[in-house]
Design a protein around this ligand. Structure first.
Ligand SMILES: C[S@@+](CC[C@H](N)C(=O)[O-])C[C@H]1O[C@@H](n2cnc3c(N)ncnc32)[C@H](O)[C@@H]1O
Length: 384
C-alpha cells in the first residue's frame, strides 16, 4: 500500500506545473522551442475533466488520479510455448491467474441453487486462457517475457482488462472468428490461445500496425497455427466487411479505434487530442458505429459480437452500441439482442473495478488499488 501511494504521488509530482519547481532547479530544455504550446496530453485532461466529471460525478477524481498513475499489467501465458513452469514462476512472484481463480476453480454448485449462475457462467467464457496479475494494491511489475525452448515467447504483457472482451466473446471449439480491428494483436493472440478458432481472420486498416501484428504472431504462435488456412491477416477497411463477407462468422470482435484515454494522457506521439486531429476525434463515434454495424453484418444469424473500447466515454460506448443496433434494424431489418454481462462484475470483482451504472455493456474503471482499464465491452447476439 505504501509503495502504491509513493508511486502515485511521484507520478502526480512529475505532472505538476513547472511553476512549482524552485527557480534554482529550473533549466531550459534544449527542445523547448519545438514543444507544442498546448500539449495534446494537457488538452486530453481538460477534455476529460469537462466531460467525465459530469458523466461520473463523485467517482471522477479517483478515476482521474488512477489514469494519471502507472497502470498495472497482466501476463497472458502463451499456451503454445509454455509448460507449467511458466505458471509456477509467475506464482512464485505472488501473481495469480485471475481467469481460472474466478471462473474455473469454483466449487461445484448444487443444482437449482441460487448461486448456480456463476458456475453456468464458466461455460459462457472463452476457455483455456491463463492471465496472471498481482493482487489489489500490489504494484509489482512483471519481468520482460522470455524466449522459450520452442523459440516462442512465454507470456504477453497487456492490460489485463483487455482480456475481458475476449472472455465475454465465449468462444466454442470450431468457431470461425473475425477480429475486425486487430493490431497490434493482444486480443488476437488471446483468441488464438483459446484453441477454439477453426479459422481466424485478423484485420486492421493500418498496414504498419498489421506488420506489428504479424511480428506478435511470429513471436508467439507456431507456424502450423499461423498457416493461411487458420489465420488470415488483412489490411482492409473494416467498415466494408458486411459487403465483403456477410453472414459468415460465429464470433466477431470489434475492438474499435477510440480516444484511448490512458494513452492520451501520457503520450504526445499519435495523440488523438492534437489540435490537428480534432475533426477525426469528433468523427470517432460515427466510425465506431460503422465498424460495429459491419461486424454485426459479418456475423451469422445466431452468432455473437463483442464491441470494445479503452475509453470511458458514453458517446463511444453505450451510444455507439445503441446507434448500431438501430441502424441494423432500420436499414436491414436485422434484430440484435444485447446480452447481460453483469455476472462479470461478480466473477472478476477481486481483480477489476467496474462502473456500477452502465445502461448496456460493462466498463472497467481505473482504480489506484487495481489500476487496469478503462475497458468497455458489450456482447450482442445477432438474432436474424
Ligand atoms: C484499439 S485498436 C485495436 C487493438 C487490438 N484489438 C489489440 O488488442 O491489440 C484499434 C485499431 O483499429 C484500427 N482501425 C482504424 N480504422 C479502421 C477501419 N476502418 N477498419 C479496420 N481497422 C481500423 C486502427 O489501426 C487500430 O489498430
Amino acid at each position: 500500500m505504501a509503495a502504491l501511494l509513493v508511486r502515485g504521488v511521484r507520478d502526480m509530482l512529475k505532472r505538476a506545473d513547472f511553476a512549482t519547481v524552485p527557480r534554482r532547479q529550473r533549466h531550459k530544455k534544449k527542445w523547448a522551442s519545438t514543444e507544442p504550446k498546448f500539449p495534446a496530453t494537457r488538452l486530453a485532461l481538460q477534455n476529460f475533466d469537462m466531460t467525465y466529471s459530469v458523466q461520473f460525478g463523485d467517482l471522477w477524481p479517483s478515476i482521474r488520479v488512477s489514469l494519471l498513475s502507472e497502470q498495472k499489467y497482466g501476463a497472458l501465458v502463451n499456451n503454445f510455448a509454455a509448460g507449467d513452469h511458466v505458471s509456477a514462476e509467475l506464482e512464485q512472484l505472488k501473481a495469480r491467474d485471475f481467469v481460472n481463480e474466478t471462473v474455473f476453480h469454483r466449487e461445484p454448485e448444487p443444482e437449482n441453487s441460487q448461486t448456480a449462475a456463476p458456475s453456468h457462467v464458466s461455460w459462457a467464457c472463452s476457455p483455456n486462457l491463463r492471465c496472471f496479475t498481482f493482487t489489489r494494491g500490489d504494484v509489482s511489475r512483471f519481468p520482460p517475457a522470455r524466449l522459450g525452448s520452442l523459440g516462442l515467447m512465454d507470456y504477453y504483457l497487456m492490460d489485463a482488462a483487455s482480456l475481458l472482451p475476449v472472455l465475454a466473446l465465449g468462444l466454442q471449439p470450431g468457431d470461425t472468428v473475425l477480429d475486425l480491428c486487430a493490431a497490434p494483436g493482444g486480443k488476437t493472440l488471446a483468441l488464438l490461445q483459446t484453441g477454439c478458432c477453426r479459422n481466424l481472420a485478423a484485420n486492421d486498416l493500418s498496414t504498419s500496425r498489421t506488420s506489428r501484428l504479424q511480428r506478435v504472431l511470429h513471436s508467439y504462435v507456431p507456424q502450423d497455427v499461423r498457416d493461411k488456412n487458420r489465420v488470415r491477416v488483412t489490411s482492409w477497411d473494416g467498415r466494408k466487411w458486411g459487403e465483403l463477407e456477410g453472414d459468415t462468422y460465429d464470433r466477431v470482435l470489434v475492438d474499435v479505434p477510440c480516444t484511448t484515454d490512458r494513452h492520451s494522457l501520457h503520450e504526445e506521439e499519435n495523440n488523438i487530442f492534437q489540435r490537428s486531429r480534432k475533426k477525426e476525434r469528433q468523427m470517432l463515434p460515427m466510425l465506431q458505429v460503422q465498424l460495429l454495424a459491419a461486424g454485426l453484418l459479418a456475423t451469422k444469424p445466431g452468432g455473437h459480437v463483442v464491441y470494445s473500447t479503452c475509453s470511458l466515454s458514453h458517446l463511444q460506448n453505450e451510444y455507439v452500441v445503441q446507434g448500431a443496433i438501430e441502424l441494423l434494424d432500420n436499414q436491414y431489418s436485422i434484430k440484435v439482442h444485447v446480452e447481460d454481462l453483469t455476472h462479470f462484475r461478480k466473477l472478476f470483482m477481486n481483480t477489476f473495478s467496474f462502473f456500477p451504472s452502465c445502461q448496456v455493456g460493462e466498463l472497467v474503471i481505473p482504480n489506484l488499488m487495481a489500476n487496469f482499464g478503462p475497458m468497455y465491452f458489450c456482447k450482442m447476439c445477432r438474432m436474424t
